[in-house]
Design a protein around this ligand. Sequence first.
Ligand code: FES
Ligand SMILES: [Fe+2]
Length: 414
Amino acid sequence: MTAHENIAALLHKDRPGHTLPQALYVSEAAHQFDTQVMLKAVWLFACTVAHIKKPGDYYVFELGKNSVIIVRGRDGDVRAFYNSCQHRGARICETERGSNPRFMCPYHQWTYGLDGKLLAARGMVDGFDKAQHGLKPVACENAGGMIFICLADSPPPIDRVKADISAQIARYDLEHCKVAVMDDLIEDANWKLVMENNRECYHCDLNHPELLKSLFAYGYGKGLPEDDGTDVVEDDDFDAMFAAKQAEWKAMGIYHDLIEFPYGWWHRIARLPLANGAVSQTLDGKPACKKMIGGVDKPDTSSLSLWTQPNNWNHFCWDHVVTFSLTPLSANKTLLRTSWLVAEDAVEGVDYDPDNLAAVWRATNRQDGYLSALNHAGIATDGYRPGPYALEEKLVEDFKDFYVRESLKALAAA
Ligand code: FES
Ligand SMILES: [Fe+2]
């Protein structure tokens, strides 16, 4: 069997309601497939517009052997290009982030504009056409300030995701935010386990004391009331409070129906009440930044959460926004990058304390990293067989189904 046939056979062994076959989580072959095939066929969250505020600011996104430069152009638009010189192929940007008026390859100094056009190349033959040698573009879309890229030659549709995200996060005005803190955490687990862990709060009660100070586990996997009043885990008190909060949000003009991975699409957006009177996802429930976002003068007791398949989740509070991106580094190592955004005019040490701003999710990430590593280590043993999901793990299955479906599609097209 070829490598692709092996992966297809494993994908066909997937059973509804159960975790994946072992080799899809732990094998080198699955890691190669994920980084060379599956993750190249879908849209990936890379960064926000706040990570590249000014023309010339760039952010390098790495996936497997590929490296992509995401850059803010002179016109304010965001574009993406392979980080590979069109002369003899050298990597152009050597640092992960930076700012420059143009890109100059370190090897022989071919120089490119922020729009990827080749501007200068010394000593070429007469008639050399610079227009034929611009940087190779990568599909790049800006959804309300969230930047997604796709490494496929024909990317799948993104229009509905873009419209839904833009409509709901416009109030948070990411163009006028800045990155206050950015943490990289390398977790000892396959990236799919890190994602699965994010998609349920079945594990929250005993593992996340800091997070649960300001959040109900409901809505993070335990299930929100559907239109018919049912939810996954019945709790009349929560349902009544949720209904009252929805009425409040309607009056404030910030209400939207829950969007939950509509079939074939890859986004979930929910406004959720904060717990214990909190107005922000912080240790004491108070804003971590004195300057509010998007012209809001008084925060309400809710936050907006956005989850996208396959590598991202985000929480929007009125004083700060926190975004998460995942990239696989090897079969059992995953980079989790967390960014905390605040209003661009907020001053560190005056309006916010970076450690206080990051405290809840820094602790939560550490706890989740520990749990994901335990999960990976156990799956790698001979004792593993695919296990059944609990009711509260519906969103884990949504992720798994997305993975299997998109993998099969990518294999069919390969
Ligand atoms: S490889 Fe970039 S200028 Fe030669
Ligand atoms: Fe968690």
